[in-house]
Design a protein around this ligand. Sequence first.
Ligand code: SAM
Length: 206
Amino acid sequence: MVAEQLEARGITETAVLQAMNTVPREKFIADTYEAHAYVDGPLPIGEKQTISQPYIVALMIELLELQPGSIVLEIGTGSGYAAAVLSRIAAQVITIERHEKLVWSAQERLMALGYDNIIVMQGDGTLGCDDFAPYDGIIVAAGGPTVPVPLKEQLKIGGKLVIPIGSNQRKQQLYQVNRRDAYQFNEKRKGPVSFVPLIGQAGWQE
Ligand code: SAM
């Protein structure tokens, strides 16, 4: 997976490649899909949600440009896979999921696998989480109509926010948002992606 799907497509950051190499993706999906754990695409995880394609997970994490000691906020815990990968690079990961069932299963799985620097919370991630802000990086694993203002406000100066944005609920452009100072943000488009919708106060209505 790392050589054929990530390095071959231009993922170069050593910390990201090592983290993707370390986290056992087969532990984050149902037994029925175990044989497909390393396929080059997303897989169902219940509640009509998906674990993202490995390449997209790696690309988004690379775009966060994390340094050791970083604190990261993830919106859309899903299976907990991306949180586990992030936890191998960052010092602390806070991850928010809106579906209660997914929160419980991710929490249980991450504890069982020994990932002890991840806090899983239930809620509307479009509002972020003030308790641990500001963040060095914020990664949003669902597509919204616009960049949620609370997430921009909770980003450290110099921090990066990576989020799929689009007017179509299933097709987006991946954005890397860089906070330059208290009021200025640079946005760069990083190519087309297809994510499940970001549902919440600063996202799509259910
Ligand atoms: N990162 C996940 C993984 O590694 O398995 C995959 C995430 S899946 C593509 C997107 C997730 O975002 C879904 O589980 C969905 O329920 C969640 N989601 C959508 N809107 C949300 C919101 N406002 N707050 C928190 N989670 C949200």
